[in-house]
Ligand binder design. Structure first.
Ligand code: ZN
Length: 114
């Protein structure tokens, strides 16, 4: 009887042609962000903030970036992926690009450890 060859497994997934260990999904805008309801929510969140980033640093200073000089994002404080309500104005905050990117990265990192 022939001995079976040992199957080698990769712990981090197979390398792909792109050189990444895991292929990233294509960049598309989720349909949920293109609805009229979502645009209304976003507009309300940004208007409530006076069209200014709502990030407050450790010294209590609020970020000074505002529209129309800076692009603003309506951010879900509790992200949809974490079960946050999609169109609840109470779950929205207005953030500039830098603070939105930092917050999104933090939420993603936190999710990895739960
Ligand atoms: Zn900001």
């Amino acid at each position: 009887m022939m001995k079976r060859a040992k199957i080698t497994t990769f712990k981090r997934g197979m390398a792909t042609a792109s050189g990444r260990s895991v292929a990233l999904p294509p960049k598309t805008v989720a349909p949920v962000y293109q609805t009229r309801e979502h645009r209304a929510w976003r507009d309300q969140v940004i208007a409530r903030a006076g069209a200014r980033c709502e990030f407050v640093d450790e010294n209590g200073e609020r970020c000074k970036k505002s529209a129309p000089y800076h692009r603003l994002f309506a951010d879900h404080m509790v992200e949809i992926k974490d079960g946050g309500p999609l169109h609840d104005i109470a779950n929205g905050q207005c953030l500039c690009g830098a603070h939105h990117a930092a917050k999104t990265a933090r939420a993603r990192a936190a999710r990895r450890f739960t």
